[in-house]
Design a protein around this ligand. Structure first.
Ligand SMILES: [Zn+2]
Length: 448
């Protein structure tokens, strides 16, 4: 099958294929695919060869560290971490992302903290990925333009930390793909965008935010039909500014190095790609109205190069409640809240047990602290919350007071002891850094 045919095939299957009518049908479909995967594909990777598992639950839960420790054991080609890392690092340095190893694309996972890692994707997997992403993302109007030969090709502008031939796969005669390197200053991108205005703008929310400000001040003159937020959690204040600058609504894609996990549906919820992924929930909260937040443990039963089997991601997801109005039966999320270490911790009022304070509740509290706050960063070290505020010097005292008040109100509302809030000077970061507004560097000691 040609490269193009594979992309189109995956696109058609995901876009127009008969969806499972009920949740039970979906689960049955999954179970069938998983059984076949365990029998035929799993034994090709050394790590799993002797485990002879018949059911997924019999296999160990792994994470990035497990895979880094035995990289060759987790891919069906026996490629070592050193060999893959050499290709990935060379590509990152030269900003030429075409090289492959053994015909495989190597993705470098950025890793804001902890272990840096790489990921292997075959040409076949890459093409199916491209088809699936386009099927989930393209609006009807964009699709019409794509298939109408006398219209100009659909223009996609992609802002990324690193390009990869994974992304270039979507380029074709009908899709003009422009990679915008985040290492290049924004002014140059604005010039380029004005010269060839994109139909679809894909970028991390921090970049969308900066582009929105440029559109509001008039230097950026584009009106994309679709705006897609990737790679970071989209913050409520970013959403407001982006909404003010552009008429298109914001779609979200939840994509990790390990795969394409979820995308926004017409009803605005993020649907997990359960047609290809089996997702277990490691629940993080237990409120009276049941669980909401979880860390996903994913199994991709369609990938056969680097295996993703019971792989625990470092993300906190919040489940949406009730069936989605769009009618799809896959699980839907209200939000990707952040990474597991975006969760801060406080002791219960009058006790010593620790309770989580989830990042979305902190974001809400900070939003309530007022509009003079342009940006902020909160890092927890033990009982202290170090807060950096980016605001005008003339209002800093008022903003500090408002932030202290909102964080105390948040703790009171959760029946927790108030955090020891300490203010520090704002430090700027480069555009290439992933934004980490909220981060737990060190948990307080329980019971002390
Ligand atoms: Zn939906």
């Amino acid at each position: 099958m040609s490269e193009r045919a594979r992309v189109v095939g995956a696109f058609a299957g995901a876009r127009w294929g008969r969806p499972c009518p009920t949740r039970d049908d979906l689960l049955r479909h999954q179970q069938g695919r998983i059984r076949r995967f365990l029998r035929a594909e799993l034994p090709l990777a050394k790590f799993y060869r002797d485990l002879r598992a018949r059911r997924l639950e019999q296999l160990p839960i792994v994470d990035k560290a497990t895979i880094v420790a035995d990289f060759a054991g987790f891919n069906s080609r026996g490629i070592t971490l050193d060999a893959a890392m050499r290709v990935a690092v060379a590509a990152e340095r030269s900003r030429d992302f075409a090289p492959t190893i053994d015909g495989l694309t190597v993705g470098l996972s950025s890793g804001t903290s902890g272990t840096r890692s790489v990921f292997l994707v075959s040409a076949d997997e890459r093409q199916r990925w491209a088809g699936l992403v386009l099927a989930r993302l393209l609006s009807s109007a964009s699709l019409r333009q794509l298939v109408t030969p006398w219209q100009r090709p659909l223009r996609l502008a992609f802002f990324l930390r690193a390009n990869s031939n994974l992304y270039a796969t979507v380029a074709s005669r009908r899709i003009a793909f422009a990679f915008h390197d985040l290492l290049v200053p924004l002014e140059q991108h604005i010039e380029q965008l004005n010269a060839t205005p994109p139909d679809i703008l894909v970028a991390p929310p921090t970049v969308l935010h900066r582009l929105a400000l440029a559109a509001i001040d008039g230097s950026l003159k584009i009106a994309p039909r679709q705006i897609v937020s990737v790679a970071e959690v989209i913050e409520p204040d970013d959403r407001i500014v982006i909404g003010r600058a552009f008429t298109a609504s914001i779609q979200e894609v939840y994509q990790a190095t390990e795969g394409f996990l979820a995308a926004t549906c017409a009803a605005g919820r993020l649907h997990l790609n359960e047609e290809f992924l089996h997702i277990e929930s490691e629940w993080l909260d237990d409120s009276i109205d049941g669980h909401r937040r979880f860390r996903p443990i994913i199994t991709d039963f369609t990938r056969t190069t680097q295996l993703v089997v019971r792989y625990r991601l470092d993300d906190v997801l919040r489940e949406a409640q009730g069936p989605c109005p769009c009618g799809r039966v896959t699980r839907s999320l209200a939000a990707v809240e952040g990474r597991a270490d975006d969760v801060l911790w406080c002791r219960v009022a009058g006790g010593a047990t620790l309770r989580p304070v989830f990042p979305d509740t902190i974001r809400r509290a900070m939003a309530l602290a007022g509009t003079s706050l342009a940006d902020y960063r909160i890092e927890q070290r033990g009982r202290a919350w170090d807060v950096q505020l980016c605001c005008d010097v003339s209002v800093v005292v008022d903003v500090q007071q408002a932030v202290r008040h909102e964080l105390a109100a948040l703790a009171d509302g959760l029946s927790l002891r108030r955090p020891d809030v300490q203010f520090a000077l704002w430090t700027t970061t480069s555009a290439i850094d992933k934004r980490r507004r909220i981060r737990c560097v060190e948990r307080p000691v329980e019971g002390a």
